[in-house]
Design a protein around this ligand. Structure first.
Ligand SMILES: *[C@@H]1O[C@H](CO)[C@@H](O)[C@H](O)[C@H]1NC(C)=O
Length: 297
């Protein structure tokens, strides 16, 4: 059954290829949808794909995962913000001196290159990663490449070439730390435009980064290379609905007529043989203790 379905899809793709005279484009709601990405990009059907649903009862504590060293990030100077459209997501490019991260169990130093934002049209959807099947309103992914390579593009096809720091975002009170980035995004009027942030601190957007989940996965967009060390922080970011609407509006303003900038997330992929670890002990998984048996000798 599965085989038949796959063959049909391939023929369908080939059919549309010839019909339009163009290579079909991947997308979320038009073009080739996430379920069929693997026919255009075989790696998207791999065994170590992202995102995933983190089942906290299956997470294993790894005491060797140390804290991140984000001190260089917080003092990075002259950060330049730019908006690009990569396939069907909004990418906020970051260029600056010293956007480096180490620690956190990473096998070296990684350099921040971009911020990817995934959101939904409703507050109940939007994140790519899920925790115990809970979806969040947005996910902010800080994409880094190993300092062995000069860019994400050069590193993305190498094992451990990339590392992503991911924050799950939910609706809460107004978060003034996001004002600067939202305002600057608005001042960029076209794709490829840039804004200079002289005193922008990326880490000011972060909640506590002390506790996190770790697993090995892939890019969540084609070509889905399995080169990413994922970190999902336990602490969420809260922004107001008004602020989230600014991001939604940003997509509409910059990519007119593209329904893909609403609900631009990939669904969780099979975990397969992988194990998610964390640098903390899951308190919510401690079972009701058995009655203590006191041995009287
Ligand atoms: C690199 O690309 C090739 C071909 O697309 C793929 O088979 C391989 O799995 C990729 N490597 C990683 C680490 O993703």
């Amino acid at each position: 059954m599965k085989f038949t379905a796959a063959v049909t899809s391939v023929f369908f793709l080939i059919g549309s290829y010839f019909a339009n005279g163009a290579v079909p484009e991947w997308g979320y709601h038009h073009g080739v949808d996430p379920k069929h990405w693997k026919y255009l990009f075989p790696t998207c059907g791999g065994m170590q794909q992202s995102p995933i649903d983190i089942k906290t009862s299956k997470v294993q504590t790894d005491i060797t995962l140390e804290h991140f060293d984000l001190s260089k990030l917080s003092t990075a100077k002259n950060v330049e913000l730019g908006i690009q459209k990569d396939g069907q997501t909004v990418q906020v490019g970051l260029k600056g001196q010293g956007l480096e991260v180490s620690g956190g169990g990473l096998p070296g130093t990684y350099v921040v290159e971009q911020l990817n934002l995934h959101w939904g049209s409703k507050n109940t959807r939007g994140s790519e990663h899920e925790i115990n099947e809970k979806h969040f309103s947005m996910e902010m992914q800080v994409v880094m490449h190993t300092d062995i390579f000069p860019s994400v593009n050069d590193a993305m096809n190498c094992t451990n070439g990339l590392a992503v720091l991911s924050f799950l975002v939910d609706i809460g009170p107004h978060n003034h730390k996001f004002d600067e980035i939202i305002n600057h995004l608005y001042s960029i009027e076209h794709i490829g435009g840039h804004a200079q942030l002289n005193s922008f601190s990326l880490t000011s957007l972060f909640p506590s980064t002390d506790y996190f989940y770790r697993y090995y996965g892939s890019l969540t967009t084609p070509p889905c290379f399995e080169s990413v060390i994922w970190t999902i922080f336990k602490e969420q970011i809260y922004i107001s609905e008004f602020q989230l609407n600014q991001f939604r509006q940003l997509g509409r303003a910059h990519f007119i007529g593209t329904g893909d900038l609403i609900n631009n997330y990939r669904f969780p992929q099979p975990l397969n043989h992988r194990v998610v670890t964390s640098n903390f002990i899951q308190t919510n998984t401690i079972k009701t203790p058995k009655p203590l048996r006191v041995k009287i000798s």
